[in-house]
Ligand binder design. Structure first.
Ligand code: ADP
Ligand code: ADP
Ligand code: MG
Length: 472
């Protein structure tokens, strides 16, 4: 087994990986920039190395990261999500320098990294994909031709896109013509590649993704699915496992298909196959994410399998050690992403000093956090403060538990989306499991939460009274 792992990431996911290392008696090393020097994960790691330049560039510098790994004698690098995690050059550089990259091979990352190529590959193997342009769209007129053939609405995607960015929906030909140029220049700016393509836009779909694990010995399994349909601007906010809409038959089919895809692309380590599922429960391959996902805790909660430990073990050459028939999904899990933003003010990111921080506890509650009291949330990074995940024996219990845990969560000094998450979780449609990817747009009233009476004031008063009493 590895003796030391360098974590090439920051924030909550760095902490998540440090925790797995600690339980496996592996030393953890992290990198951080000056802008990040007070971050929580640095305090938790065994070793921490300052990298420049900040705030972001150093986290993307694959040569510098691999150099550090070599110098500090790390056996392996865990890339987390975002940053270098889906950079095939990072994986191949590690392969060259004799450091283990905790993830799939560079060729698997490369094949799945381009959405259009991945689509073509799946189509070639008879895997259903949404009807689309099948090749890069070059020029407004060509876009309009495809639009006519496919039928409106259509969604414009950047081949190199990710993180919910670079997607645009066109309802008419004139919209498509108008968005074409914008989409290309945006794709170039954000993903360094202007290539775009078009797909039919499925109305009221579910985003359902399957977690797969594959070792270097040919063992491949899936850990069931997650439904990540509660999204704002194509970014997930609330994720659940298992899905509430899939029949057992579909669930089995999609799981088997995800495993087949992993085999076809010679995939190793942990990965996720994302499907878009229409209202008739027809599913289509959307993309494969060749890394750990933000929402992996919901799967861990219902299967009891530590995905990060499995990633490390498989990267070290160990066998998976779990058979498909031994994977059991028990209960229901929900994750909420707690974000430093002001939902009432166009969801503007909201940095600043955290003046109070109390996270919930109790049965079936898990926190993957990135902040603490007096921490100043920097403006430069993803404003994710913490992930709150719960599990219940039933969906109803999970919903009630999430409601209770959100009520207990206190973050003061900065605006957060907690009241908005409370509104979502308390809505009738959510409780009944009636939601698809249009849920957030269809429920603008959820933004009308009251912020006049702050129940946290009472909680803070109680907490400080206890603190004072204990201090006496
Ligand atoms: P990203 O790489 O940014 O995650 P995806 O291709 O996975 O991009 O799509 C992100 C989200 O956009 C999906 O979860 C879904 O809500 C929406 N979406 C993508 N393709 C379609 C489609 N063909 N029809 C309807 N919605 C789609
Ligand atoms: P998930 O792991 O659930 O699919 P996201 O799609 O939100 O989560 O992506 C995970 C993180 O990685 C986010 O913080 C997002 O900003 C970042 N990210 C994902 N893809 C890219 C990309 N192509 N370029 C830059 N950042 C990305
Ligand atoms: Mg996606």
């Amino acid at each position: 087994m590895f003796k030391k792992i360098l974590i090439a990431n920051r924030g909550e996911i760095a902490t998540r990986i440090i925790r797995a290392c600690k339980e496996m008696n592996i030393k953890s090393a992290v990198i951080y920039t000056e802008e990040d020097s007070t971050a929580l994960y640095i305090k938790k790691a065994d070793e921490a190395y300052l990298v420049t330049p900040g705030p972001v560039e150093a986290y993307l510098n694959i040569h510098r990261i691999v150099d550090i790994a070599t110098k500090i004698r790390a056996d392996a690098i865990h890339p987390g999500y975002g940053f270098v995690s889906e950079n095939p050059k990072m994986a191949s550089l590690c392969e060259k320098k004799g450091i283990v990259f905790i993830g799939p091979s560079s060729s698997a990352i490369e094949l799945m990294g381009n959405k259009l190529k991945a689509r073509e590959f799946m189509k070639k193997h008879g895997i259903p994909v949404v009807e689309g342009s099948d090749r890069p769209v070059e020029g407004e007129d060509e876009a309009a031709e495809w639009g006519k053939r496919i039928g409106y609405p259509v969604i414009i995607k950047a081949s190199g896109g990710g993180g919910g960015r670079g997607l645009r929906i066109a309802k008419t030909e004139s919209e498509l013509r108008r968005f074409y140029g914008l989409a290309r220049s945006e794709a170039l700016k954000f993903f360094d590649d202007p290539e775009i393509f078009i797909e039919r836009y499925i109305t009221k779909p579910h985003h359902i993704e399957v977690q797969v694990l594959a070792d270097h010995h040919g063992n491949r399994i899936h850990l069931g699915e997650r439904d990540c349909s509660i999204q704002r601007r194509h970014q997930k906010i609330v994720e659940i496992a298992p899905s509430l809409v899939l029949s057992d038959k579909k669930r089995k089919e999609m799981g088997a298909l995800a495993v087949r895809i992993a085999r076809l692309v010679d995939y190793t380590n942990a990965g996720t196959v994302e499907f878009i599922v229409d209202s008739n429960m027809r599913y289509y391959f959307m993309e494969m994410n060749t890394r750990l996902q933000v929402e992996h805790p919901v799967t861990e909660f219902v299967t009891g399998i530590d995905i990060v430990k499995k990633q490390i073990e498989m990267a070290a050459g160990m066998e998976l050690g779990i058979k498909q028939k031994d994977v059991r999904v028990k209960g229901n899990s929900i994750e909420c992403r707690l974000i430093a933003e002001d939902p009432r003010n166009a969801f503007l990111p909201n940095g600043g000093r955290i003046t109070a921080y109390y996270s919930p506890g109790g049965i079936g509650v898990r926190i993957d956090g990135a902040v603490y009291k007096d921490y100043v949330v920097p403006d430069y990074y993803d404003p994710l403060l913490a992930k709150l995940t719960v599990r219940g024996e039933t969906w109803d219990e999970a919903v009630n538990r999430m409601r209770r845990a959100l009520d207990e969560f206190i973050i003061r000094g900065i605006k957060t989306n907690i009241p908005y998450l409370q509104a979502i979780v308390n809505s009738d449609d959510f409780k009944k499991g009636y939601f698809d990817t249009e849920f957030i747009n269809e429920h603008p009233e959820l933004l009308e939460y009251s912020s006049t009476v702050d129940p946290t004031d009472t909680a803070i008063a109680i907490a400080s009274a206890i603190a004072m009493y204990e201090g006496m």
